[in-house]
Design a protein around this ligand. Structure first.
Ligand code: GAL
Length: 887
């Protein structure tokens, strides 16, 4: 053997680190791309010298775990995104003034690197006010304590802190070589957020602040464009961008700026007690197509993945723990179909138009009918030759339109846009969904054969669950529990006391009740009431440690009847927050707890004003302070075994253990049997829970995609609890004996808590012969060189299970004239007899499959002269069957 080929033992020792270094090098050096510049003109962002039409996917890194990031970014890219957009969450990065956190879910550098390594760009919205249904709009609560501070206005202390943080983030990106001109993915930044909404409240100082924020940002030398959204007075070198459900027709404040849509609200957020918003895929696609049709060049889905408000990060008032948002990727990162697939097709169609869209400085407009219009883009392609693309829109909400365009006839469904990448053939229509629908199935987890832990050995076979049947409980003391309480004459502002370290603040005072008072109330058959002029979010009133009642509301008057005994009475008020305000002017003054007076009314001689009384204050719970939800400290509490027949009790801590379901499906805790509280798994705070029923009315039976969307349209889940399932990221779990701790405020039955998994268990799809050919066929050489006409390509159906899953059975298949809709299909008069076997053969056992919708594929024409449709229902199961064997 030649000497040069031999590797010495020393080399063996040093080689792996060198290889590791080489693999890691592209990341540390930031060279994800050849360094490129980003600029813009009136038409588009110019990336490396070329105008681009860009699709962006909003993902907020702390609303997922780092272990989820890659998959989310990959699925965004597969869905046709060019860019990932995120806010930067100041209160997560600087929880204590001057102490920064860039670890774990806040490892923003890692997130941006992952975006770069996927070949995508990044739009970084630094804010640092971000709104985002995030606690306090992203501001750290300590910011309120900076002397003389007023947020978001021409105020020196605020500007100083804002500049410091924005500089920190820009420097961080620069040091990690993440800007485009360094070969990194960051192509654009954002300063402030929708300041235009509140600017008037600040008068001249608001206007000055906008100018300052712009020049401060530009002065950081980040070398990429900055945007301000909803900012009609954005200064010259900052692009003002649009946010909304529709942004077609938006005009920036200067002819030199491109049309950008920073937030396309593809769903909406949810409040405790609210129903669940849904924005139909057809309407969303319509809005996006209209945007590019009318001159838009960058559009971001807010959100592409919403995720979860872990811990106490959700904003308020009253935003739930899930931030699913009805986004194309659901809270767990699973595709929400047909939204994800329909948008993917839309993006592919827009990409086919890109050469023409960037070639033209402006579209040519043609009116096609009273509510129909065409926009045509043509010019010389960068690669040579002429290019032409057209968008034909029917904005009539009710009727289809039949239009003539360039001598051809086109049918346009109501409220839809047809996209013609060659100005002749329709590649896509926003109202024609070819993508599959996925039905999410929730399984009560069952352990795989042979991997039962001690936990499960004592449970009967027909009642197998992952969670232990034995629970321990510990009662949280009602009232003042610790040495760090303090007494003050008068009422203190809530946030000044808690600094948002906890959702809970106890206030205690003593009231002396005379014999006269008691007999007065007896005689009149009346009760005194604790009355608070204004309060938020939850108040619980106790007299002598007994709960009198609770009030829930956002700056509402509280009137709570109470019963006193003769002599001294302890009046205890537990005041709570459920997410701090995240929107509006003067956030620093918003505060929490009480405003105005606290009184006891209904005495013979009038009211007793307690506003100046001596109050003892205690922040938080004893269990919180002792961190009994952590693996390390949970033994600090004196847990006792909970008997199954015990009646629900308020203010209880519960703990048990559970094993992790096998496989890769997302794991959830079903907390429907509980009241209100917080939950932790292995010390990770999974969020607040609240079993609150949403209003009975307001959910329409059918959802019509046509017409302008608003967040009350197409909602679901009326009359049911707003949220019952809580995401437990798999990376927070070990295979067995995971510690689950809950703090429960109102009662509830922990024995009914279950661990479940979520997957897209059922797929349905319906594609007819008249559907358009698959988008990918447009890029095949045969079409490009003209050997085939796109007209002669048959449409196809694609079925796609989640990763790690395969189609285990075809439950229904009919090529002919099937009736009904998803999950409720039945065969019609016309049915190809081999439908089931042909689809099964093509799909069974596969993760995804394509079936051509044609007589050729189904080996016969089951009804000549009739338009045929293929309808399929398929079941997806984990690919490795063995890991899911049932008992
Ligand atoms: C926008 C805001 C976002 C988010 C959104 C609603 O006005 O900029 O941060 O709050 O509303 O989801």
């Amino acid at each position: 053997m030649a000497k040069s080929k031999q590797i010495s033992s020393l080399q063996w020792r040093i080689l792996p680190p060198i290889i590791a270094l080489l693999v890691y090098l592209p990341i540390v050096s930031g060279s994800f791309f050849e360094p490129f510049n980003v600029s813009y003109d009136h038409r588009a962002l110019i990336i490396a010298g070329k105008r681009r039409m860009l699709v962006s996917a909003g993902i907020h890194y702390p609303r997922a775990t780092p272990e989820m990031w890659s998959d989310l970014i990959t699925k965004s890219r597969e869905g046709g995104a060019d860019v990932i957009q995120t806010y930067v969450f100041w209160n997560g990065h600087e929880p204590v003034k001057g102490q920064y956190n860039f670890e774990g879910r806040y490892d923003i550098v890692k997130f941006v690197e992952l975006v770069g390594s996927s070949g995508l760009y990044l739009h970084l919205r630094i804010g640092p006010y971000v709104c985002a249904e995030w606690n306090f709009g992203g501001f750290p609560v300590w910011l309120r304590d900076v002397p003389g501070i007023e947020f978001r206005t021409d105020n020196e202390p605020f500007k100083k802190e804002m500049q410091k943080f924005v500089t920190k983030i820009v420097d961080l990106m620069r040091e990690a070589k993440l800007f485009s001109w360094q070969g990194g993915p960051v192509i654009m930044l954002q300063i402030e957020n929708e300041y235009g909404d509140v600017e008037k409240s600040y008068g001249q100082k608001g206007k000055d602040y906008v100018k300052w924020a712009a020049s401060m940002a530009l002065g950081l030398g980040a070398g990429v464009p900055w945007v301000m959204c909803k900012q009609t007075d954005a200064p010259e070198n900052i692009i003002d961008a649009c946010n909304g459900y529709y942004c077609d027709g938006f005009k920036p404040n200067s002819k030199t700026k491109p049309v950008l849509w920073t937030e396309d609200w593809d769903g909406w957020y949810t409040k405790w007690g609210g129903s669940l918003p849904h924005r139909p895929a057809e309407d969303l696609a319509f809005a996006v197509a209209r945007f590019y049709q009318r001159g838009g060049s960058f559009q971001n889905y807010y959100m592409y993945f919403g995720g979860t408000n872990f811990g106490r990060t959700s904003g308020g008032p009253f935003y739930i723990t899930s931030y699913d948002y009805d986004a194309p990727l659901d809270e767990y990162g699973l595709r929400s179909e047909p939204k994800w697939g329909h948008l993917k097709d839309l993006h592919a169609a827009i990409k086919l138009c890109e050469p023409a869209l960037v070639a033209a400085d402006a579209p040519q407009y043609r009116k096609l009918g009273s509510n129909q219009e065409a926009h045509i883009y043509h010019g010389n392609a960068e690669t040579g030759g002429k290019v032409c693309a057209a968008f034909l829109a029917n904005i009539d909400e009710h009727k289809s339109a039949y239009v003539k365009f360039n001598g051809q006839s086109y049918t346009l469904p109501p409220w839809s846009v047809s996209i013609l990448p060659d100005c002749r053939h329709v590649a896509f229509n926003t109202a024609k969904v070819g993508a599959q629908t996925s039905v999410k199935t929730v399984e009560s987890a069952r352990p795989p054969l042979g991997s039962m832990s001690i936990l499960q050995k004592d449970v009967s076979q027909d009642n197998v669950s992952y969670i232990s049947k034995s629970w321990m409980a510990w009662k949280e003391p009602i009232g003042i529990w610790g040495e760090d309480n303090f007494t003050f004459q008068g009422l203190l502002e809530y946030l000044n006391v808690t600094k948002d370290r906890s959702d809970y603040l106890w206030l205690k005072t003593r009231i002396s009740i005379s014999e006269d008072d008691i007999s007065f109330w007896k005689k009149n058959g009346s009760n005194p009431t604790v009355t608070i002029d204004s309060m938020r979010d939850v108040l619980r009133v106790f007299v002598n440690e007994q709960l009198s009642g609770s009030v829930v509301g956002h700056w509402v008057k509280a009137v709570q009847p109470v019963r006193f005994v003769q002599g001294d009475n302890d009046l205890l008020l537990l005041t709570q927050t459920v997410g701090l305000q995240n929107y509006g002017a003067f956030l620093e003054k918003d505060g929490a707890g009480f405003r105005g007076k606290v009184k006891v009314t209904g005495f013979k001689n009038g009211d007793m004003d307690l506003s100046k009384s001596s109050w003892t204050y205690q922040v938080g719970l004893k269990g919180e302070a002792e961190k009994i939800y952590t693996v390390e400290y949970n033994e600090k509490a004196e847990w006792s075994t909970l008997e199954t027949d015990v009646s629900p009790s308020i203010f209880m801590w519960y703990k048990t253990y559970f094993d992790t379901p096998d496989g890769t499906d997302p794991v959830v805790l079903d907390l429907e049997s509980m009241g209100k509280g917080q939950a932790w798994v292995n010390g990770h705070h999974i969020g607040r829970y609240w079993n609150i029923i949403s209003q009975k009315d307001g959910c329409e039976r059918t959802c019509d995609y046509r017409g302008a969307y608003h967040s009350d349209k197409c909602t679901t889940n009326c009359g049911k609890p707003t949220q019952t399932r809580y995401h437990v990221p798999r990376s927070w779990l070990k295979p067995s004996s995971n510690l689950l701790v809950l703090f429960e405020e109102t009662g509830g039955n922990p024995f009914k808590i279950s661990v479940k998994t979520v997957t897209s268990g059922i797929l349905c799809s319906q594609v007819s012969e008249s559907h358009y050919p698959p988008l990918r066929k447009w890029s095949t050489p045969e079409y490009m060189n003209g050997t085939i006409s796109i007209n002669s390509v048959a449409p196809e159906m694609q079925l796609h299970c989640e990763d790690g899953h395969a189609i285990s059975s075809i439950e229904f298949a009919s090529y002919g004239t099937p009736r009904g809709s998803c999950e409720r299909f039945s065969t019609g008069k016309c049915h190809a007899s081999k439908s089931l076997s042909i689809v099964s053969e093509a799909c069974q056992g596969r993760n995804n499959c394509f079936i051509e919708v044609s007589n050729t594929a189904f080996r016969s024409d089951p009804c000549k002269g009739t338009l045929k449709t293929l309808a399929v229902v398929a079941r997806c199961s984990p690919s490795q069957e063995t890991s899911y064997l049932r008992f």
